[in-house]
Design a protein around this ligand. Structure first.
Ligand code: V47
Ligand code: SF4
Length: 381
């Protein structure tokens, strides 16, 4: 006789507190910060993974999203000095870095003429001479050249600097960029919000409240944004939960976040190279716990250029439903920090193979998660 599988029954052997968490998750109840910390302290991989997989399936069935995108990194010259950054160069050493002109960036956009990309992702260092006016001109020229391309650009760190230099409020600055054609914002610059950590890893850039205010203002103006968390360095479990809790609270208020993206700290050639990188077990546990805790974020993204494609594929069994995009070897941030992906590029076929190999259905999406194409007949690789 075969017994019906029951998730509750399968999780019965766990200790009482973990079992209570499992029951809450199954009953769609929100986890508290204390329960989040407990999951990090005691939840072994199989336990948090099974629960996160259940939640992912409940939200997205078998679908895994990706998009066709490319990046523009205007410069790696930066006024800030984040200790984890392997990418930036100080202004006085700018001859070692790059500074693209508007024409050079438009050439990158033109390279994709006739190709079915739907998004350009613009992110870079904070250059003291690339100001709001410069970026408004860039955006309006991209928009004029290719109106159907969604422009997702600028972390809250870049925007905070631009707006302060232009002596504008966040709302005035965001409105200017929106009028120029900016449609959404990436999630970078969040790192770890808690000041105990932030002061040690990126003391001189926008703080948690500033980051959250910029995203809240973008949401108020009708723009969607993403949120990241740089994990696996000097932060403890409570810092991670505090970070996710602040994002969850803002999402309750605005509903403007598209997805949550945990970013694994990579330690090559930066001022934190002495800090070991997290293990794959810790990575997968983190993705799973994020899926359980961030109950009002529809999408959990594994950013494969940072994590490496094989690890990203594994996360699909631990709560992840989004693999970002094709990228087309247009970003250097992660290869310079030591990622396995030294020339990050995947064709649509590569992404579909990666997804079907774990029994899921690849779905091409646009930036706002509208479905463009469901690859329903893709065979198991
Ligand atoms: O804020 C920098 C991270 C972020 C390292 O919204 C590092 O779709 C690990 O914003 N090890 C910028 N991470 C990237 C970013 C992003 C990336 C992918 C998708 C999206 C999105 C946004 O890169 C920075 C920082 O957290 N970073 N150095 C490093 N050594
Ligand atoms: Fe500059 Fe961003 Fe690097 Fe920090 S992470 S130094 S803000 S480029």
């Amino acid at each position: 006789m075969t017994e019906n599988f029951s998730l509750e029954a399968a999780l019965k052997h766990q200790d009482k507190a973990l079992q209570a968490i499992a029951e809450k998750v199954i009953n769609k109840q929100r986890l508290t910060d204390e329960e989040g910390v407990l999951l990090f302290e005691k939840g072994e991989l199989g336990f948090v993974g099974a629960l996160a997989n259940h939640v992912r399936e409940r939200m997205h069935s078998d679908k895994v999203y990706f998009n066709r995108n490319f990046h523009i990194e205007p410069t790696n010259v930066c006024v800030f000095t984040c200790n984890f950054c392997s990418y930036s160069r100080q202004y006085k050493h700018r001859d070692e870095g790059w500074e693209l002109s508007i024409e050079q960036m438009l050439d990158i956009v033109r390279k994709y003429d006739g190709q079915p990309v739907t998004e350009v992702h613009i992110v870079g260092g904070v250059h003291p001479k690339m100001n709001l006016e410069f970026f408004c001109e860039l955006i309006s020229k991209i928009r004029a050249h290719r109106p159907d391309l969604h422009i997702k650009g600028f972390t809250a760190v870049e925007l905070d600097y631009m707006f302060r230099k232009a002596k504008l409020t966040v709302e005035e600055g965001m409105q200017k960029l929106k009028d120029a054609g900016l449609q959404s914002m990436p999630g970078g610059g969040a790192e770890i919000f808690h000041p105990e950590v932030r002061e040690q890893i990126c003391a001189d850039k926008v703080d948690a409240d500033g980051w959250l205010l910029i995203h809240e203002t973008a949401h108020k103006l009708g723009m969607h944004t993403n949120a990241t968390m740089l994990y696996g360095h000097i932060e403890n479990y409570a810092h991670r939960v505090d970070h996710m809790s602040r994002l969850r609270a803002l999402q309750d208020k605005t509903g403007g976040f598209n997805c949550f993206i945990p970013l694994k700290f990579r330690n090559k050639d930066n001022d934190m190279s002495n800090v070991p990188e997290s293990t794959i077990i810790e990575d997968l546990r983190l993705y799973a716990i994020a899926r359980l805790f961030m109950d009002n974020f529809a999408n959990l993204k594994a950013y494969w250029p940072m994590l490496g494609r094989q690890s990203a594929q594994l996360t699909l069994s631990f709560g992840v439903n989004d693999l970002d995009g094709t990228i087309d070897d247009t970003t250097r941030i992660y290869s310079m920090a030591g990622s396995e992906e030294q020339t990050p590029s995947m064709s649509t076929e590569d992404l579909c193979d990666l997804i079907t190999a774990v029994g899921r259905v690849p779905v091409e999406r646009d930036t706002l998660y509208n479905e463009i194409k469901v690859y329903a007949d893709a065979p198991l690789a």
